[in-house]
Structure formats: C-alpha cells, structure tokens
Design a protein. Structure first.
Length: 173
C-alpha cells in the first residue's frame, strides 16, 4: 500500500487511489475481526512511537495514541517546541536522534511543513494529522458509515478508530 498518499494527503479532496482505500479497509476489517473473535492483533508490540503534538490532550492526538496503544505500541509525547526549528544542523541532529529512538512519529497540530521536515530528518514514517476531521481517513470513515451493506456496520467514529489502526500498521509495514 502506498501509505504516503494516505498520511500526506492534506484534505479529504486529495487524490487517494482506490488500491490504497481497498488495502486500508482490508487491514481495518482484519483488525476488527480479530478483536471481535477475542484475539486482538498487536502487530506494533515492541514498537515505540513519538506523538509530536503541542498537547497530548487534543482529540486527534488522543485518537492516534489510543490506536497505537491498541496495537501494542508504546507512545511517548514529544513537545514540538523541544525541536530546534531555526538551526537546520541542530534540527537534523535532534530529529535524527528521534529516528533512532522511535519507529514512527504521529504528528498532530504542527505548523505546515514541519512534519515533512521531521520525516526526512528522522528517516521514519510520519503520520501527519491523520486523525484530523479534515483528512481523508475521517471522510472515508463517514462514507463507510453511510454505505448500505457496509462490510463493517458501525458508527463513523468506530470506523475511524479501525482506520487509524490500519493506517498505522500500513505505514509501519
């Protein structure tokens, strides 16, 4: 799956291929089926994920952290002000260290372009504002909830949680 399209798409109208959507839905359904069968999958067990957000109490940050923890990952809040944004050499060195400490970064509430700079310097996947209500995953969750005979009959909020987990799994695969 080309997760880059999903976690870098800036809004619900951005182009996301049908293959990406099908793969994401397939992963979400697998995770849900396993959980309902009483054997939830923990594919991110042993993985460390940085939550790069001004506050870990933002709804989108909470949703991402909950999704990662449900998959077995350890999530640590890193405040973006701890990054030396003005000095390129210091930024690359600090973010390079983040890349050695963490397997992925979830970014919420960051200034435009900062998540992409982190991804390049850390050489790790960065899921940028994936849980945000203006992003493709949120729109997809709402659309699935309105489809007649949807493969996962539940509310858009429940769809969103499974889709967030699927996005994490696919980004870190």
């Amino acid at each position: 799956m080309n997760t880059t399209l999903l976690h870098h798409a800036k809004n619900a109208a951005d182009a996301v291929s049908m293959g990406d959507v099908v793969a994401l839905l397939g992963t979400a359904m697998e995770l849900r089926r396993a959980a309902l069968a009483g054997s939830p999958q923990r594919p991110l067990r042993g993985k460390n994920i940085a939550l790069l957000a001004p506050s870990e109490s933002q709804p989108a940050a909470i949703a991402m952290a909950d999704a990662a923890r449900a998959l077995g990952a350890t999530v640590v809040h890193v405040h973006p002000e701890s990054l030396p944004v003005g000095d390129a050499a210091a930024f690359n060195e600090t973010v390079g260290l983040l890349g050695r400490l963490y397997d992925a970064v979830m970014a919420e509430g960051l200034p435009p372009g900062l998540a992409r700079r982190v991804e390049v310097a850390a050489d790790r996947p960065v899921l940028d504002h994936v849980a945000d209500s203006a992003r493709p995953l949120h729109a997809l969750a709402g659309a699935i909830g309105h489809l007649e005979g949807a493969p996962m009959p539940m509310s858009p909020v429940e769809h969103h949680g499974w889709l967030l987990q699927a996005a994490l799994v696919n980004a870190m695969a």
